[in-house]
Design a protein around this ligand. Structure first.
Ligand SMILES: *Cc1c(COP(=O)(O)O)cnc(C)c1O
Length: 434
């Protein structure tokens, strides 16, 4: 790796980088879990983002308004519950690169994948197949498998999985595009993760979408590991639909409301198939209680139920901080921060591992996946015992994700420093709780 950034493996360097980082000030707005009375080195924002200092107030606001207004809160609350989903649109449209009408928040991620596949996976005759990356997140695999069965098809026939070449760990874009061309006459939908949760590989959504469209198929993406991590241009890339959860880089808290994107060409078609509920109905007539669903224009037409205000209030607060920091500023810092992590990891000689995430910053977000050919779990346990929070995914991978909103260069340096004391040759390092 050439070190054009001038990275140095010293605490001085890391602290100096933090002093000149305009986003460093956000770190103190987050609560870090404790280990032996000090902050853990938390590099797990790809699994669950940290709690920020404005979330409690956001929940309390809703408690107060419920106490004060009860049913009238739908219109009179500080943030009227009737329109609560609107408060997310400006922020999410910037993060996802689309119009405010093309995004909404509702339900949960896998639930939305099902609803969106209902709308956008419409197998017809020979054109019935779904293409996805091999080793997609299990919930996505289950969703696709059961959708395919729901249409009377067999997963083995109807799901095409694209795997890396022999001896390689990640996919080549050219191979994905070639596979799409190869299956052009049978493909109904290409459904990829934006970033693969295991390898950390960021896919070329624009190229995949274009190839899918040329093949006569639609393109949808699961952006769980992208949302709040890498800025998107979903509208301009012509992506048909996307879904994501909000508890990873968006810091919305465990199980927080998910988001979805529907391109305006469908959102403006009131007859586009969907499973509807009254919260997706045109707001002017929602309470007339009349027959005949009239969707709101845009992604809001995919809302179904009453806004889950208490599930949304934390995310509303968390997005305020992301907005203030700016998603493009976050990405710029993230590239440097993850680059620093990679630089330091290459300095280590006491443990044997391979970074399976692409080295090219354009093909990854914040996460680096470290593959340990042996004793991976034991090493992960040694990390935990040192006050490091990173997660382990079978087989053999420790995922490390410095989140640019609250992680510092010093965090990354201290992670490296503690890694230097690990020992891969400890025979029986306890393997607790697994
Ligand atoms: C985190 C994640 C999920 C989780 O789905 P939920 O419905 O929120 O439980 C699904 N898919 C991917 C790709 C993920 O990264």
């Amino acid at each position: 790796m050439n070190n054009t950034e001038g990275y140095q493996a010293t605490l001085d360097y890391a602290q100096q980088a933090d002093r000149t980082d305009p986003l460093h000030k956000y770190r103190k707005r987050f609560y870090f879990p404790q280990h032996n009375g000090t902050d853990t080195i938390y590099l797990c924002g790809n699994s669950l983002g940290l709690l920020s200092d404005n979330v409690q107030g956001s929940i309390e606001q809703e408690l107060q308004d419920w106490k004060k207004f009860a049913i009238d809160g739908y219109r009179k609350a500080t943030y009227p519950w009737m329109y609560y989903q609107h408060f997310f649109k400006p922020s999410l449209s910037r993060i996802m690169g689309c119009s405010e009408d093309e995004v909404t928040v509702s339900n949960a991620l896998t639930v939305n994948l099902h609803f969106l596949m209902f709308s956008f996976y419409r197998p017809q005759g020979k054109r019935c197949k779904v293409m996805m990356e091999a080793g997609a997140f299990p919930s996505d695999q289950y969703a696709v498998e059961t959708q395919v069965r729901h249409h009377g098809l067999q997963p083995a026939d109807a799901i095409i999985e694209i795997a890396p070449r022999a001896g390689e760990k990640t996919l080549r874009t050219e191979d994905i595009l070639e596979a799409i061309r190869l299956h052009a006459d049978s493909l109904a939908l290409v459904l990829f993760g934006g970033i693969n949760y295991y390898t950390g590989q960021l896919f070329d959504l624009s190229a995949i979408t274009q190839a899918a469209h040329q093949a006569g198929a639609l393109a949808g993406f699961d952006l769980a590991h992208v949302a709040g991590n890498v800025p998107m241009q979903l509208h301009d890339w012509n992506v048909d639909f996307a879904a994501w959860c909000s508890y990873k880089y968006l810091n919305g808290g465990p199980g927080s409301v998910a988001g979805l994107f529907v391109h305006e060409r469908y959102g403006s078609d009131p007859l586009h198939p969907r499973l509807a509920g009254w919260w997706g109905n045109d707001e002017k007539t929602r309470f007339r209680m009349e027959k005949g669903f009239v969707p709101q224009p845009g992604a809001g037409g995919w809302n179904i139920s009453t806004a889950q205000v208490f599930n949304m209030a934390p995310l509303k607060a968390a997005l305020e901080i992301i907005d203030e920091a700016g998603i493009h500023n976050l990405r710029a810092k993230s590239i440097r921060l993850t680059g620093y992590l990679q630089f330091l990891l290459y300095e280590l000689s006491n443990i044997r591992f391979e970074i399976i995430t692409p080295e090219d910053p354009a093909q990854r977000g914040a996460q680096l996946s470290l593959f340990f050919p042996d004793r991976a779990k034991q090493l992960h346990q040694q990390m935990i015992d040192q006050g490091i929070v990173v997660d382990y995914r079978e087989p053999g991978v420790v995922r490390v994700a410095p989140a640019p909103l609250y992680n510092s260069f010093e965090d990354v340096y201290r992670f490296y420093e503690r890694l230097k004391s690990l020992n891969q040759d400890l025979q029986d390092y306890r393997d607790r709780g697994r």
